[in-house]
Write a protein that binds this ligand. Sequence first.
Ligand SMILES: *Cc1c(COP(=O)(O)O)cnc(C)c1O
Length: 443
Amino acid sequence: MINNKVEFLKKQFPFLEKLIALTETNWFNPNVTSVKEALPYVGLTAEDVRDASARLERFAPFIANAFPETQSSNGLIESDVIDIANMKQALCANQTLDIPGRLMLKKDSHLPISGSIKARGGIYEVLTHAENLAIKSGLLNKTDDYQCLLNNSFKRFFSQYSITVGSTGNLGLSIGIISAKLGFSVTVHMSADARQWKKDRLRSLGVHVVEYNQDYGAAVCEARKQAENDASCYFIDDENSKTLFLGYSVAGERLKKQFDHLGIIVDQEQPLFVYLPCGVGGGPGGVAFGLKLAFGDHVHCIFAEPTHSPCMFLGVHTGLHDAISVQDIGIDNITDADGLAVGRASGFVGRAMERLIDGYCTISDESLYRYLGLLYKSENIALEPSALAGMHGLKAVVENSEYKTRMGLTEKVMENATHIVWATGGAMVPPEEMEKYLSQATI
Ligand SMILES: *Cc1c(COP(=O)(O)O)cnc(C)c1O
C-alpha cells in the first residue's frame, strides 16, 4: 500500500495511530446490530450449522474408534467449560479490576486429537472432503456405520488423493493428524514462526512438512499453488473456507447444551460475554456465528489479537478487510502467539461477521505471559500464549462504560453476567516448552 494512502487512512481513522504505536487498545464497533438484521450478511444459515453437526454425528463412531481419547464423549470432539473463580480473584488483585459476574474457561486448549481450537474446523473440513470423495465413488452411504473408514480398502482409496494447507502450526497439526489417519497424502506448509515440536510431531506421522522463513501469508500462498497444479490435491483455504467456518460454528449449540446441563441461563438480564483469540478469523468467527445462533442477542463476542498482529481489528475498523495488512501500516506481525501471527485477516469472515462482533482488543506478548503465569498459579492450568489473549477482552469490557451504556448493560445486569475466556491451545505443548513459557511469565 502506498504511503499517501496510509497517511489518508490515519486521518480518517485516528485509531490507527494506537495500532501503529503497538499500544494495547480496544474498539467497540458502533455498527453492531441484532442477529436478525445481521444474518442475511453472513451468507450461511442455521440449517448449514445443523448439517455440519449431523456430519460430525455420522463420523462419531469412526472418531471414537480411531482416537480412543474420544470414547468417553462417544466420538464427539468437545471440550469442558469450567469455573475459574481463583483466576477471577487473581485478576482482581493483580489488575485492581472489579469483575462482575461469573468467570469461566472454555478448554478448547484441551480438545482431543490435536489440543487446540483447530480440532473443530480443521478436522471437520478433512472429514467433509473424505465423505464427499467416498460417496461420489459409490464406496460410502450416509447411512453406513462410518467405522468402515478404518478399513484398509478406504486407506488405499484415500491414498490416491492429497491434501495441502498453510499454517502457523495448529491448523497444520489438526489437518495433518486426521488426514494421515484416513490415509491421505498430506503436505503442511509451515510459516517461520511455527514451533519445531509441531513440525516434528507431524513428520513422525508421515506428514510432509515444508518450512518457510516467511510468515503465514506466504505459507498459504505456496499451499494454494501446490493444489492448482494437481487435480487430485485439495487445498484447505484457511482464509476463505466456509467449511472450516461451519466446523467451528457447531461449538455454539454444544455450549448451549453444556449450559443447560450446568443450569446457566443466558437472557436479557443474564448476558453472556465470550472472549476469542483471533488469527485469520475463521476460528473465532465460526464460533461466534454458532454462539449467536444458539444464544441470540444475549451473547456478546469480543475478538482479541496481539499488538503486533491486529489484522481483523484493522480490516473491520477501516472497512478494507483483506485489502489491507498490518505490514501496510508498518506493523511487523511478529509475536510469540504463533496461532495469532496473521497479518491479513480473512475477508470472508470480516464481511460476514462485522455486524455481530461487539469489540476488538489488542494485547502485548508481555501481557499474554502475565496471564499465562496467573492462570497457572491460580488454577494450575497451562496454556500456550495465544490462548490467553481473551483475558484482555474481559478487561476491556469491564473498563469501557460507553459500550455498556450503549448496549443497555447496567451494573445490575453485569452482576449476573457469565464471562467465557475461550482458551484455544496448549494441551499438546511438550513439558520442556511449557517450562520455557512459564519462565517468561512475570507476574
Ligand atoms: C488458530 C488459532 C487461533 C485463531 O483462529 P483463526 O481461525 O486463525 O482466527 C487462536 N488460538 C490458537 C491457539 C490458534 O491456533
